[in-house]
Design a protein around this ligand. Sequence first.
Ligand code: NAD
Ligand code: TYD
Length: 351
Amino acid sequence: MKKRKNILLTGGAGFIGSHVVRLFVTKYPEVHIYNLDELTYAGNLENLKDIEDAENYTFLRADITNAAEIDYLFAQYRFDSVIHLAAESHVDRSITDPMAFVKTNVLGTVNLLNAAKETWKDDLKGKLFYHVSTDEVYGTLGETGLFTETTSYDPNSPYSASKAASDHFVRAYGETYNLPYVISNCSNNYGPNQFPEKLIPLFINNIIDKKPLPVYGDGNYTRDWLYVIDHAKAIDLVFHEGENSETYNIGGFNEWKNIDLVKTLCKQMDEKLNRGEAESEKLITFVKDRPGHDLRYAIDASKIHSELGWKPSVTFEEGLSLTIDWYLQNNEWLEHVTSGAYQDYYEKQYK
Ligand code: NAD
Ligand code: TYD
């Protein structure tokens, strides 16, 4: 296993990042994890309460769009590797404010690449820039087929276009400056600590409150869902065992049409909340479709499976049950993130 001791992890207060921080801090006590996060609406230090006092963990509040701040932190801490997750991550927000996505996802990534290039220029050995990306860069599939690592990029939303651009910059820094890098492109994640703007936590929150469940269009859109802790484990493997300059697709082998997923969620929640049969399903409301809505995402994860031995550890039903339980038990977390600015967002998005 490659030894890297001083890891800069960006976006560690967010959904996926917080699970990766926890995994690394607890599994690798000899390694120091620096969690750099600007704490936007999506960043929440409550996600990391259980590990915040660990000796091998430091939180750095900083904005990746600020090059001077990033250069200063690299000079100060001499990170030997980067796991880059900080991003604007929600498609609907990218439709109303694309520039925020250009700034954070494109400019922010290039700022980190520049700082890493400069800091590592005299000795690239053992260094690594790991860029965490999405399957949405590949665009949309029809009814059949899967995204592989060689599928052409064809992004359709401002979010996926900004992630595609950032992937291209990472690859270009590898080609042009020999910067050691890996990229992984993962399918839709779900699990504890996901901000309730994404489908599953938004619908869990609305079911709890008996509010309408706004299904976009006819609900016949397909996503490939992966439990977030399985993604964190894949990131650990790619970081330690992945080949330099390679891309790894990560996915759950778990396709669901939105409408079928929502009905399954309603059923599980009715059971857990002791509600009548099909009570929550009555909350389903078909609403105006998302512009440029990608029909189907599905990942061929055979490369990471055959080369690194990764596969998901939980079934969707198990993962969904764990997720619902977490939200039901963490009412305070949910209340904190849905107060204030969230209400304005909700009003504008679903009015
Ligand atoms: P998230 O929105 O929950 O978290 C993003 C984090 O980045 C937050 O903590 C936020 O404060 C931080 N951040 C945002 N702008 C910043 C800035 N300018 N400077 C510093 N920090 C900033 O996102 P997530 O769902 O955890 O996704 C993490 C990464 O994984 C993203 O790069 C995303 O594209 C990718 N990804 C997400 C999914 C998914 O289903 N959620 C799937 C595949 C890939
Ligand atoms: P989302 O969780 O936003 O992830 P992504 O757009 O990155 O795949 O959405 C997942 C699917 O659910 C997508 O097809 C859009 C749909 N969706 C709804 O139908 N209603 C909603 O309120 C949201 C947020 C999403």
